[in-house]
Design a protein around this ligand. Sequence first.
Ligand code: SAH
Length: 350
Amino acid sequence: MVINTKDNLVDIKSLTLEELTEEIKAMGEPAFRAKQLYEWMHKKLARDYDEMTNIPKSLKEKCKEHFSFTVVNKVMVQESKIDGTQKFLFGLYDGNVIESVLMKYKFGNSVCISSQVGCRMGCRFCASTLDGLERGLLPSEMLDQIYAITRLSGERVSHVVVMGSGEPMDNYDNVLTFVRLLSDDKGLNLSQRNITISTCGIVPNMKRLADEHLQINLAISLHASNNEKRKELMPIANTYSLSEVLDACRYYFDKTGRQLTFEYSLVGGVNDTDEDALELSQLLSGMNAIVNLIPVNPIKERSYIETERSRVIAFKNKLEKNHINATIRREMGRDIDGACGQLRRRHLHE
Ligand code: SAH
């Protein structure tokens, strides 16, 4: 069971209905109260016990003593004038801040959440990792990014991507609990097929995830087509080689049947030549996969530059000529510190 360190109490919003039912029964209360509490938190998105009109006052008092009730609090919202993307800065119980993003697409509303405060993976072009890892988020804190955005925007969220700050496979247990709660039919009931987890390639946990019998999508941050180049951009490549990462991907596909996405941030003059595209095609040949090309979003702490638009298109064409499906990520929120960790970082340093 997940504990909130603020008060060292069990975190009520991180409990499954089964766990909550056990807790409530142990408190001498009838089991149906657990279901009511669970629906208030995960279906009606209540932010405190006061909103729960059919829960007796005495039980609310008991719950306040027994549990921690974790929410995220809006610190700031920025809205892109270009595409309506909204970036949220949320405050946590311990004073930390995290970012989440709401993107509106034709197919629905997608929320990108953070899984950790900061990150320890050290990818060279990423702003989230510049200050290292603070801590992993609780399942309730991941859920509440979605719940808070739903409440604040009045929009239904149909898709969730764990692609914000942090490495989800470095906060494995809490991320798994989060996925189970988010897709629970007694909660928001979000289809697992609409949930995507993005990883830099922590091989053992990718395999563990494959064995969980989930229907979620896996995205893998590749960013290079050989080990030498990948090591220059991503320190994790010193621990797991590309062939180990791709083996874990094949394992994930075999176990789940879910198509894989490979993320490839194009960095000007670093990984964006025709030779890189050819090597990437050979690497991924025969895999049921799609490559998502992301023109790097330059951060001021690093000197990486964006690949020119014509080069991005040439890179995509080269992949397709070699029978690799590729898309170019629509860049959203460029005017609002869109890149992972930029807004939080600016907030911390101001
Ligand atoms: N830790 C996870 C989630 C990170 S963010 C992972 O590594 O996949 C999601 C994607 O954005 C990753 O592919 C990450 O490498 C990429 N990314 C981070 N900063 C970026 C930037 N400034 N420009 C382009 N892509 C970036």
